[in-house]
Design a protein around this ligand. Structure first.
Ligand code: AMP
Ligand code: MG
Length: 421
């Protein structure tokens, strides 16, 4: 996250003196979040996407014994021809799962298949392309090095190796590794429940008629998608009107059954007061203006054991603030250790308008140009209500506070969605 202010921000046109930097907001969120400590054992497949609650060390060697990496013939390397071709006597065959039990002697060979355990005495496999077969007489050329085409015991994992670290989110390779160690169950942190609702008298849910001035609620769908990607349990509480009693009761309901509550909209002065009042009477609340665009206002609170994130209403602001703050917070809460998105520097082929004073998260497309180089361009219009700009994007172009615009060819910081979202 861009956090270093190189010049005094107070003289920047777009800087609000009451605002804090995104990195500061994230730090304050992390200071308040206490990670889940309860562990549950789940079957290995169910552990996909969950956060590992203990270090996993290997109790076995994988592979368990020295075996062939290729189909061919197993020999003793000391019998390899020095030059020219030499004939070996084939004394048997070994297949994966069907070892050849006899020891191999001078100038003898055994037909071997990939994954089969190397017969006693052998240490080299000659691939089939380098032999000429005539019954049991196998002519071998001198193009193979001693020790070639075998996999050593423990080459992938050795007994005692730290295989997977507590606090990592398990991906398909990880659950494969766990399976290769024979784990039927895996200790992961207990999942959390996240509730959300939208606020606004103008909002309608799908299926309801859309009268003049009304709009369909899209935030509950983007929030659903972003939360589903994190693997949390989701409670969609619908639309709540800009009304004190309804907001208060929705708050109480959510905090009774969820670990996290996310709301969107209702952060303008009168509306926010209801949330503020409810939280002040029942918990704690922090209102921050964050020096960012889109998504300046952000509310964080805690009521009973439930964390509360009050996001702005504009559809792009919801997604930007979710990815910058709520997602790292939820990951942290779930016990994940590495929660910050990666950043890379890429040349930007679009001209970008920006005034100094806020960190901007413009929506971009990372792609290859005709020379095969990775570049980024902006998606069309960048207004905070233009959800299309997120739908078309595959990354954020993150412009630091002091940046006063980008000209074509400038290097910019890019936060790819892949692996982040
Ligand atoms: P607010 O933060 O409530 O003032 O809302 C800011 C803007 O976002 C307004 O134009 C709202 O109509 C719009 N908006 C708020 N909530 C939603 C939602 N759930 N879906 C789509 N647009 C919304
Ligand atoms: Mg509103």
């Amino acid at each position: 996250m861009t956090d270093k202010i190189k010049v005094d921000p107070s003289c920047m046109d777009d800087f609000d003196k009451e605002s804090i930097l995104p990195a500061e907001a994230l730090q304050r969120i992390f200071n308040l979040i206490k990670a889940v400590s309860e562990k549950v054992n789940v079957p290995v497949r169910e552990a996909l996407g969950k956060v590992l609650a203990e270090n996993i060390t290997s109790s076995i060697n994988v592979p368990s014994g020295r075996n062939s990496a290729m189909d061919g013939y197993a020999i003793r390397s000391k019998d390899l021809p020095e030059d020219g071709v030499k004939t070996f006597n084939m004394i048997g065959t070994c297949l994966a799962g069907k070892p050849f039990k006899q020891a191999v002697d001078k100038d003898q060979c055994v037909r071997i298949m990939t994954g089969a355990v190397m017969p006693e005495g052998t240490d080299t496999v000659i691939i089939q392309e380098h032999v000429e077969v005539n019954g049991n007489n196998i002519k071998i050329d001198n193009n193979t090095n001693a020790g070639a085409n075998i996999r050593e015991a423990g080459e992938d994992l050795s007994i005692g190796d730290l295989v997977l670290e507590q606090g990592m989110r398990l991906n398909p390779a990880d659950i494969g590794l766990l399976a290769s160690l024979g784990h039927a169950e895996v200790p992961v942190y207990k999942n959390i429940t996240v509730a959300f609702f939208s606020t606004g008298d103008e909002l309608r849910s799908i299926g309801e008629p859309l009268e003049d001035g009304a709009i369909y609620d899209s935030n509950r769908y983007t929030l659903f998608g972003m939360l589903a990607n994190l693997g949390v349990e989701i409670i969609d509480m619908g639309v709540v009107k800009d009304n004190k009693a309804e907001l208060e009761s929705a708050f109480h309901e959510a905090t009774n059954k969820a670990d996290v509550l996310i709301t969107s909209g209702g952060v303008s002065v009168g509306e926010a007061d209801y949330i503020k009042e409810t939280l002040e009477n029942n918990g704690t609340i922090h209102f921050w203006k964050v020096a960012m665009k889109p998504g300046r206002p952000l509310t964080l609170g805690k009521m009973k054991d439930c964390y509360f994130f009050g996001l702005p209403g504009n559809p792009v602001s919801v997604m930007v603030t979710f990815y910058q703050f709520v997602q790292p917070a939820i990951k942290k809460l779930l016990g994940e250790k590495h929660v910050e998105p990666i950043m890379m520097k890429v040349p930007c082929i679009s001209k970008l308008k920006k005034r100094p004073g806020r960190v901007e998260y413009q929506r971009g497309v990372l792609e290859k140009n005709t020379q095969g180089e990775t570049i980024v361009r902006k998606t069309g219009k960048q207004g905070s209500g233009i959800l299309r700009s997120m739908s078309d994007a595959n990354c954020f172009i993150v412009l630091p506070l002091e940046n006063a615009g980008v000209t074509e060819g400038d290097l910019v910081d890019v936060q790819p969605f892949y692996g982040v979202i």
